[in-house]
Design a protein around this ligand. Sequence first.
Ligand code: ASP
Length: 308
Amino acid sequence: MASLKHLLGIAGLNPVTVTALLDLAESYVLLNRSGKTQRDSLRGRTLINLFFEDSTRTRTSFELAGRRLGADVVNMSVATSSVTKGETLLDTAATLNAMNCDLLVVRHNRSGAPALLAEKVSAAVINAGDGTHEHPTQALLDALTIRRHKGRISGLTVAICGDIAHSRVARSNILLLTMMGNFVRLIGPPTLLPGSIGINGVEIFHSMEEGLKGADIVMALRLQKERMSSGLVPSSREFFAYYGLDRKKLSYAKPDALVMHPGPMNRGVEIDSDIADDDARSLIKEQVEMGVAVRMAVLDTLARSSEV
Ligand code: ASP
C-alpha cells in the first residue's frame, strides 16, 4: 500500500488502499474476538483525541483502538481546554506540536478543519467527522461490515435514506461505495437531498418504495437537526411516515437486505425499533464492533507510514 500520511477523507484513497485497510481491519476483528486484544505496535506513541463536537461511539472507539495497539491516549476535552478561552485552531495545533503527539484524531463542526490542522501539525491527522464534509472511518467500518455479510464490497445496491444533505457519513459512503463499484441510491425528501450528485453510479429517489427496490443494503441516517435551517422537515412524525424505515418499507428491498445506521439513532424518526433491534436484519451493533477494528487498522497504517 502507498504510504498514507493522514486520513482526511475517502476522497484521495483508491480501491487498493481501501482493500488493504479492510483486510488489516479484518485481522483485528479476529484478534479482538479471540480476546487477544493487546498489541504493542503503537508502544511509545501518543494519540490525542481532539473533539470539538460531541461523540460517543467514535471517540470511545478511537480510544480503545489506540490503547489496544499500546499507544498513550489522551482525550482533550474542548470544554476544558484553552479553545473556550479564545485560542484559535492553529494555536491549538502549535501546542499539540510542542507535545510531540504522533496521531491526532479530530472532530470539528467546520468542514475542512482537520485538513487545516494537517498542514500545521507534524502528527498524522485522522478526520473523525468534519461538518457536513466527511467521516472516513465510518465509511470504512460500514464497508467492512457489508463485506463480512455479503462476501464482497462491489456490485451491490446500497440505499442511503433520509438526511443526505447534512450527512458526512453519506458523503464518505457515497465516495467509497462508488469507488469500489457499487450502485448507490439516495432516498429522501427534496429538502434533504443534494440537487444533483454528479457521481456515476448514484441515483436519487423521493419514494422509499421505488428507491428500495432491489437494494442489498439499506442505511438509515439521523436527521442532523444541528446542521439544518428550520423548516426542512415538517415534523418527525410525518418524516417517519414517509421515510422512517419500518418493516413495511424494508419489504420493498431484497428479501435478504440488511439494515445499517451509523448512530446515534432516533427511534421512531428515521428507524423503527422493530427493525433496529432485529438481529436477523440489523447490522447496527456489528457496525460498532467493526469501528474499533477499522480504527486500529487506520492508526497502525498511519503510524507505520510515518516511520518511513
Ligand atoms: N455519528 C455520525 C456522525 O458523527 C452520524 C450522526 O451523528 O448522525 O456524523
